[in-house]
Design a protein around this ligand. Structure first.
Ligand code: SF4
Ligand code: SF4
Length: 472
C-alpha cells in the first residue's frame, strides 16, 4: 500500500509503513553497526529516509547520539552558516468553525473574544510591525468561510504589501490558513505569498479524527493532501509541521519525513520549511490533557534528527518555546525564529488587556525583537531579515537546486549582512546597534566571493547613507 508517489493521503502516509518503521527502529535502537552505517550516510549531507532517521531517533547508544548531535550542528553550520532568519506572526481573525481539541479558537469556545481585523486595523498592525523592524510575516487565520473568506485573506495580503511607512516594508508574506482548493491556492499565489504553511497536527489518522471532531478540518485526507493542491496551484514553497504532544512523537516524526519524501517524489521539491511546535497552554487548553507531551531532551533530539534527515529544509521555531530551549535548538538545526510576537488578533499596535485576551497560545519568550536580535548576535548568530529568494524568483526547485549545490551561500550571508545593517540603522537600540556593527565587521570577510564582498561593503556604506533594499 505504501507509495510515496501516490496522491492519496493514506498511501503516502501509510499507517502500516509507520508501524513497521517504528518496529524496525525499536529492533535496531542499539544496533551499533547499522547506526554507524546510517550516520555515515548522513555525513554525505544528502539526507536520510524516514526509516533510517527513525533508527537514529530511537537510538539508545549515548556515543552515537552524541555523534548525531555533532553532525546536526555541522550540517546547520554548513547549510545555514551563522544566519537566523527573523519573522513575526500576524493573526488576522480567530473566527473558526472547526472543533480542534487543542486550540482555543475551536468553535465551541464561547468565552474567548472573537476578533477579525479590519483593513484599517491591519494597517496599524503592519506599521507597528514595520516599526519593530520586521520584513517577513506569517499570516494566521481561523477557518470560517463567512467571516474569513479567501477574498478577505487576499485583500489583507494586498493591504500588507501596499504599506510603506518610513523605511519599513513587509517584503514577504507567508500564509498559514486552512486547507483549500487548487483554485484558491492559485489566487494566493497570484497575491504574491511566499510559503504556504499548513501543520498536519498529527499524522495518525484515528487520533486526527478524534482531535478534529467537527468542521471541515475533520477530513484527514483533504487536510493531508492540501500541500499537493497548493503545489498544483503554483505555490512552490510549502511548509510542513506537526504539533508534538498530540500523538507518539516517533509516529509523528516518521509521518513528517514520509510527507517530505512524498513531496520530493511527486513534485521534485521537498518542503521549504518544517515547523516543530509543541502543545502549550492557552485559554481553555491544558497541555496536561494530552498524554504525549515530550521533554526538552526529546524535543532537541527530534530537531537534530530532522536536521540530518532533510538538510535543505529550513526549520522554524516560535515563541511558544522559552529562551533556554530556543538557544539549544538553534545550534542543532533551527534556521528561522520569530521575535517580539503577539499571538492574539491585534496586539502589536495596541496591547490587549489580559482579561480580554484573544491569544491562540501563551508565549514563553516575551522579549522584544530588539532583545532577541541582540541575544542572537551575542550567541554568535547573524539575525537576517532577508526575503531575497522569493523576490528574485528563487523558489521551489530553483531554490532547492541552488541550495543543494551550496550556491545559496553566495546570497545568504551578503543579504543577511545588508538587511541586518538596515535593521541597525532604522530600528535597533544603541546597545544592539553597537553589537551589530561589530558582527557585520567580523562577518564581512566570511563572504567567500571576493567580488561579492566588495559589492556588499559598498552597499553597507550606502545603507548608512540612507539607501535601502539591496539584494543578491
Ligand atoms: S487550529 Fe486552526 S482550525 Fe483548529 S480551531 Fe484553531 S484556528 Fe481553528
Ligand atoms: S538568500 Fe534566500 S535562502 Fe538565503 S536567507 Fe535570503 S531568502 Fe533565505
Amino acid at each position: 500500500m505504501y507509495d510515496p508517489k501516490s496522491k492519496k493521503a493514506e498511501e503516502f502516509i501509510d499507517h502500516q509503513e509507520i508501524l513497521d518503521t517504528l518496529a524496525y527502529a525499536d529492533a535496531h535502537k542499539d544496533d551499533a553497526a547499522l547506526i554507524d552505517e546510517i550516520i555515515a550516510k548522513a555525513r554525505l549531507k544528502k539526507g536520510l529516509s524516514h526509516r533510517e532517521a527513525s533508527v537514529l531517533l530511537a537510538c539508545t547508544l549515548e556515543d552515537r547520539n552524541h555523534a548525531v548531535y555533532e553532525l546536526a550542528r555541522e550540517i546547520k553550520r554548513d547549510f545555514y552558516g551563522d544566519r537566523i532568519v527573523m519573522f513575526a506572526p500576524l493573526y488576522l481573525s480567530n473566527y473558526c468553525v472547526n472543533g480542534c481539541l487543542y486550540c482555543p479558537y475551536h468553535a465551541k469556545n464561547r468565552h474567548i473574544p472573537r476578533k477579525k481585523l479590519t483593513q484599517e486595523e491591519i494597517r496599524a498592525e503592519v506599521i507597528a510591525l514595520q516599526d519593530m523592524g520586521h520584513k517577513r510575516l506569517a499570516l494566521e487565520a481561523g477557518e470560517d468561510s463567512v467571516n474569513n473568506p479567501l477574498e478577505y485573506i487576499l485583500e489583507s495580503i494586498h493591504t500588507i504589501y501596499s504599506i510603506q511607512h518610513k523605511n519599513g516594508a513587509i517584503r514577504r508574506v507567508n500564509v498559514n490558513i486552512a486547507a483549500t482548493t487548487v483554485e484558491n491556492y492559485r489566487k494566493l499565489k497570484e497575491a504574491g505569498i511566499g510559503t504556504y504553511i499548513l501543520f498536519q497536527e498529527t499524522y495518525h489518522k484515528e487520533s486526527y479524527e478524534r482531535l478534529h471532531p467537527t468542521g471541515p478540518k475533520s477530513n484527514y485526507a483533504y487536510h493531508t493532501e492540501a500541500h499537493d493542491r497548493a503545489m498544483e496551484g503554483g505555490i512552490d514553497d510549502v511548509g510542513l509541521g506537526v504539533l508534538f504532544g498530540l500523538e507518539l512523537y516517533r509516529y509523528e516524526f516518521a509521518g513528517l519525513l514520509m510527507h517530505a519524501e512524498h513531496l520530493e517524489a511527486v513534485f521534485g521539491v521537498g518542503p521549504h520549511t518544517i515547523s516543530v511546535p509543541r502543545v502549550c497552554p492557552a485559554d481553555d487548553i491544558d497541555p496536561g490533557a494530552f498524554d504525549n507531551g515530550i521533554s526538552d531532551e526529546i524535543f532537541e533530539k527530534i530537531v537534530a534528527c530532522i536536521r540530518v534527515a532533510v538538510p535543505y529544509t529550513g526549520m522554524i521555531i516560535s515563541t511558544r518555546e522559552s529562551q533556554k530551549v530556543r538557544e539549544r535548538v538553534l545550534e542543532l538545526g533551527i534556521s528561522q525564529i520569530s521575535g517580539g510576537s503577539r499571538t492574539s488578533v491585534g496586539g502589536y499596535a495596541e496591547e490587549e488587556p489580559e482579561e480580554e485576551s484573544s491569544a491562540q497560545f501563551d508565549v514563553a519568550d516575551h522579549r522584544t525583537l530588539d532583545q532577541v536580535v541582540k541575544w542572537l548576535m551575542e550567541l554568535g548568530y547573524v539575525p537576517s531579515f532577508c526575503t531575497a529568494c522569493y523576490r528574485e524568483g528563487r523558489t521551489g526547485d530553483r531554490f532547492m537546486s541552488l541550495c543543494k549545490a551550496g550556491q545559496i551561500h553566495n546570497c545568504c550571508l551578503p543579504n543577511a549582512l545588508m538587511t541586518l545593517k538596515e535593521y541597525l540603522e532604522d530600528y535597533a537600540s544603541p546597545e544592539t546597534k553597537a553589537v551589530g556593527e561589530a558582527v557585520i565587521e567580523q562577518q564581512l570577510p566570511n563572504i567567500p566571493n571576493e567580488k561579492a564582498r566588495a559589492v556588499v561593503a559598498k552597499h553597507l556604506q550606502e545603507i548608512a547613507q540612507g539607501q535601502r533594499d539591496f539584494r543578491f
